[in-house]
Write a protein that binds this ligand. Structure first.
Ligand code: CP
Length: 362
């Protein structure tokens, strides 16, 4: 079965009566649409404040959005009249393009702003730039920023809904959700799956958001890295205290041991600066000790999923034959990213009252 057919097949087996798109098309009773978000949720800043039920609600709506993505005409009027502004103060391909595509498919007006060419170059503060954009009636602001906490600052000070598209080394919640969704679509369930995250955990916002999401959904998470690239609190036995959210997360510095029986392996991008900062002797040494290659992958489950948030350093944290091999779902992650971001925009932009009565296709 081709990937497109697999997606179609899975979509057909979902509960269509629970779909926001079904509500939009008027084909099903609107009151059956899924409450994808907590009724008081206005922002998506990280996954620490998501419940497993809320995450499952996002997945169900993403299933409906995937169905739209498989149509010949990829357009629904769900967010007509809403304005989404994306503010990217750091480089991005996947996140930025997928938010833009998601907004446009849902018929929102999407305006893209980047650090270069705006008044920030004249010294305007982030707050004043965001306030200016809000004054232009932005309903949702999607922000990527190199400073951890920047989206929280906007959420505290603006009326618009804020979505964190990656803040410093802190969080990347929509990446976490699309990774979880990709596991669910391919393996059926997340609970009990052994998920091995390999590499620069210390600086990775993707690893942090995935940790929240995976542990909430009941996965057995293994973090594998040289000790210099692990956060200190993971090396501290205090973490084992009862009630600590990551008490069951395993730490393994030997990649071969970590990979044994893995259902998912997720190497992280190794930033070149790590060597200069003294975290690693050389990138070649890192690749030799921790790089995911075909030989190492044989230690994992035969059905292992190879994932990568991108962008990849092929030949460093992952070999090209693994990145593009039969177990890789890296491109599917990108496709799922659009469906997940559509589900998030829908959930955030549509107040509970309207979510139930979305109206019929015009
Ligand atoms: N995964 C991710 O955030 O990729 P981009 O930097 O291309 O958005």
């Amino acid at each position: 079965m081709t990937q497109a057919n697999q997606v179609k097949d899975r979509t057909q087996t979902t509960n269509r009566s629970a779909s926001p798109i079904a509500a939009v098309s008027g084909a099903y009773a609107a009151e059956n649409s899924v409450e994808s978000f907590r009724s008081d949720r206005r922002h998506v800043l990280d996954l620490d404040d998501f419940s497993p039920e809320e995450i499952e609600g996002v997945f169900q709506n993403a299933d409906a959005m995937s169905e739209v993505l498989n149509r010949q005409i990829k357009k629904v009027p769900t967010l007509r009249g809403k304005t989404v502004i994306t503010m990217f103060y750091e480089a991005s391909t996947r996140t930025r393009v997928s938010f833009e595509q998601a907004g446009k498919i849902l018929s929102a007006d999407v305006i893209n702003v980047s650090g270069g060419g705006t008044s920030t170059e004249k010294g305007e503060s982030l707050y004043n730039t965001a306030l200016t954009l809000q004054a232009m009636n932005a309903d949702i602001i999607v922000i990527r920023h190199s400073h951890s906490g920047a989206p929280y600052f906007l959420a505290r000070n603006l009326d618009a809904c804020i979505i964190n598209a990656g803040d410093g080394t802190h969080a990347h919640p929509t990446q976490g959700l699309l990774d979880l969704y990709t596991i669910r679509r391919n393996l059926g369930n997340i609970k009990g799956r052994k998920v091995v995250i390999v590499g620069d955990v210390l600086y990775s916002r993707v690893a942090r958001s995935n940790l929240w999401g995976l542990t909430k959904m009941g996965a057995n998470v293994v973090l594998c890295a040289p000790p210099t690239l692990l956060p200190l609190d993971f090396l501290d036995e205090q973490r084992r205290t009862k009630g600590h959210p990551f008490a069951n997360v395993e730490i393994e510095t030997n990649v071969e041991r970590a990979l044994e029986g893995a259902d998912v392996v997720m190497p992280l991008r190794l930033q070149m600066e790590r060597q200069k900062a003294g975290h690693l002797p050389t990138l070649r040494e890192y690749s030799r000790m921790y790089g995911i290659n075909a030989e190492r992958l044989k230690l994992a489950s035969p059905n292992v999923l190879v994932m990568h948030p991108g962008p990849m350093n092929e030949g460093v944290e992952i070999d090209p034959e693994v990145a593009h091999g039969s177990r890789s779902v890296i491109e599917e992650q990108v496709t799922n990213g659009v469906a997940i971001r559509m589900a998030i925009l829908y959930g955030i932009a549509t107040p509970v009252r309207e979510r139930r009565y979305v109206g019929s296709r015009q």
